[in-house]
Design a protein around this ligand. Structure first.
Ligand code: FAD
Length: 563
């Protein structure tokens, strides 16, 4: 069997190695148009920032090492320029010599990835405008940064790559302005959770310009990034990271059925619409595991798994790819931000009515030194309590909690099932009631009618005319350092004695710092027959969201929120 693979990185290299492990006699050729195979895309920003100092670390394999281990013929700087599915051959261009030749296949795997979106903006081809996809791009950026010592860089786009680039350039002492068209960074997060990301970026000195569209570059002696409102942000270079799009010109030429944004339509065996042609990775349309709808998920985990599935099926096993849920994690300066499944915004756009629990939990037992707070938001379907997604932002232990939640979603669990998970505990690592368990307890309380919640978005609508009771149960000191307008303060430990101060026939809206004391207060009052609502997330969370809004307004005033 002769297998030809187009693209030698995440999906392609995985498929090649797996095919070899399953079939010692297969003839396997990988064509890769860049100069490197199996490189660490995910490590590229960290090489620019100096965190990874040895460029050898970026390439996990070389054609020679791949041949030595797997007897796979890897040809870098070879671009597949045509697929002839009736002849079962590909036309290949050797980018070094210019020679063009045909190569036959019995099975073809396409793993060409996704390319950075590069709109035809005026000045986009200027040498000071960069995108980041592969090792060559990385060296270009690194050379510019070390050779030209830019003082100010504009990063355009606040997704994974943009945020990682902003952090790494900032780490080099460069002034960084990050411009994002949406009102928030990091689309996998809801706006409330993104507030924590914004605060960290601002605290670490990144100028955030949110809600502003870039529409060109000024490319004279003085370089600048032009916004749609005419304002120009002067800088020494720009990195464009406004998203990726499936790199599927070849698939289109081959006549494969295409889907979202020109992605390759595959079935769950990673087979395309043409027999013996498989496709995997960022170039393919998959099914979103949570919504069941077609989706594009450009992440390394899915690409690797799909490469394995394609290889299995090529070699006669029967493997299926069950869809992706976009589990991701990112370091943002001191923070870790992680998400899985869908957020509230996506649920709303899909017409899924959802509810949420929001927790401010310690990463491990409070009495053991070094615990740090994480904010966790778990989104579930209102009617069925099916887990839809989770977002966590904190310092320690974020990655393990998100992976537990990702597994729970995969297992089709309900949010209240989280209460039962038997998770490992010792004080340096967790609490006897892990934050994931706590999310389950909270959902259980909601389901059983023990707790009714109110949310940040309800706050401006709460009447301040005395028709409802607004109650803050934190300590007096806590309230002095910031409180919601119109809330009366009765610390939770005084509540039983002072319960007579609360009018019984009016709904009571309670808040505390993290949501725990307000829950206790809510149970005290409910036990006495009050109609009580507990604030989801606590004042700490409320203040972060509110402060983010104020910062955005302040940016507008100083011309930073431009569109
Ligand atoms: P790729 O790994 O991109 O490989 C495709 C290869 O195909 C490319 O090298 C390309 O040169 C080659 N190719 C294309 N067309 C042809 C052709 N016609 N002929 C020959 N070769 C061709 N994901 C995460 O999960 N976590 C992260 O932290 C993360 N960080 C990232 C950081 C950066 C800077 C980038 C760019 C991506 C990051 N990703 C991350 C995304 C992840 O790298 C991709 O999802 C994954 O690599 C996709 O695998 P793939 O095989 O589909 O494509």
């Amino acid at each position: 069997m002769k297998v030809v693979i187009v693209g030698g990185v995440a999906g392609g290299a995985t498929a090649a190695a797996r095919i070899r492990r399953l079939d010692e006699s297969a003839e396997i050729t990988v064509f890769e148009k860049s100069g490197y195979i199996s490189y660490a895309n995910c490590g590229l920003p960290y090489y620019i920032g100096g965190e990874i100092s040895d460029k050898e670390q970026l390439t996990l394999q070389t054609p020679e090492s791949f041949y030595a281990r797997f007897r796979i013929d890897v040809r870098v700087r070879h671009e597949v320029i045509e697929v002839n599915t009736s002849q079962k051959s590909v036309k290949v261009k050797d980018l070094t010599s210019g020679r063009v030749f045909d190569e036959k296949y019995d099975k073809l795997v396409l793993s060409p990835g996704a390319k950075p979106v590069r709109p035809p903006f005026e000045g986009v081809d200027d040498a000071r405008v960069f995108t980041l996809r592969n090792v060559e791009d990385t060296f270009r950026i690194k050379d510019f940064v070390t050779g030209r010592n830019p003082e100010h860089v504009v990063v355009i786009g606040g997704g994974f790559i943009g945020v990682e680039m902003a952090e790494n350039l900032r780490g080099l002492g460069i002034e960084v302005t990050l411009i994002e068209a949406a009102p928030q960074l990091m689309a996998p997060f809801d706006a409330d959770m993104a507030a924590f990301i914004h605060a960290e970026m601002r605290a670490m000195g990144v100028n955030l310009v949110l809600g502003a569209m870039v529409d060109g570059f000024e490319t004279g002696d003085s370089f600048g990034v032009r916004l749609r409102n005419g304002e120009v942000v002067r800088a020494d270079m720009a990195v464009m990271a406004i998203g990726v799009t499936p790199d599927t010109a070849l698939a289109k030429q081959a006549g494969l059925v295409l889907g979202l944004k020109g992605s390759i339509v595959v079935n769950d065996r990673m087979e395309t619409s043409v027999p013996d042609v498989y496709a995997v990775g960022d170039a393919v349309q998959i099914t979103n595991f949570v919504t069941g709808k077609p989706a594009l998920i450009s992440l390394a985990g899915p690409a690797n798994k799909q490469g394995r599935v394609a290889a299995d099926n090529i070699c006669g096993l029967s493997s299926r790819y069950g869809g992706g849920q976009g589990s991701s994690v990112i370091k943002i300066f001191r923070l870790t931000a992680a998400s899985t499944g869908i957020n509230e915004r996506v649920a709303a756009s899909e017409g899924i009515v959802c509810d949420k629990v929001i927790l401010s939990s310690m990463s491990h037992a409070g009495y053991y030194p070094g615990g740090k707070i994480m904010t966790m938001k778990v989104v579930f379907e209102n009617s069925s309590y099916r887990l839809l997604g989770a977002q966590i932002i904190g310092y320690d232990g974020v990655d393990k909690r998100i992976d537990v939640l990702a597994t729970a979603i995969r297992a089709g669990m309900k949010v209240y099932d989280l209460a039962e998970l038997d998770l490992a505990y010792a004080p340096p690592y967790s609490s006897a009631k892990d934050p994931v368990n706590m999310a389950g307890f909270m959902a259980e309380n909601i389901m059983n009618g023990l707790v009714k919640q109110w949310y940040t978005e309800d706050e401006p609508l709460l009447p301040r005319d005395g028709s409802v009771i607004l109650l803050d149960v934190r300590t007096r000191e806590e309230c002095r350092s910031g409180a919601l307008n119109g809330f009366v303060n009765i610390p939770v430990d005084e509540l039983r004695e002072r319960i007579g101060e609360i009018e019984k026939d009016k709904p009571v809206y309670i808040i505390c710092q993290s949501g725990l004391r307000s829950y206790i207060a809510a149970r005290i009052l409910a036990g006495k027959g009050f109609d009580v609502y507990n604030f989801a997330g606590g004042y700490r969370y409320y203040a972060a969201v509110k402060n983010d809004k104020l910062c955005s307004v302040a940016s507008t005033a100083c011309g930073k929120d431009a569109d």
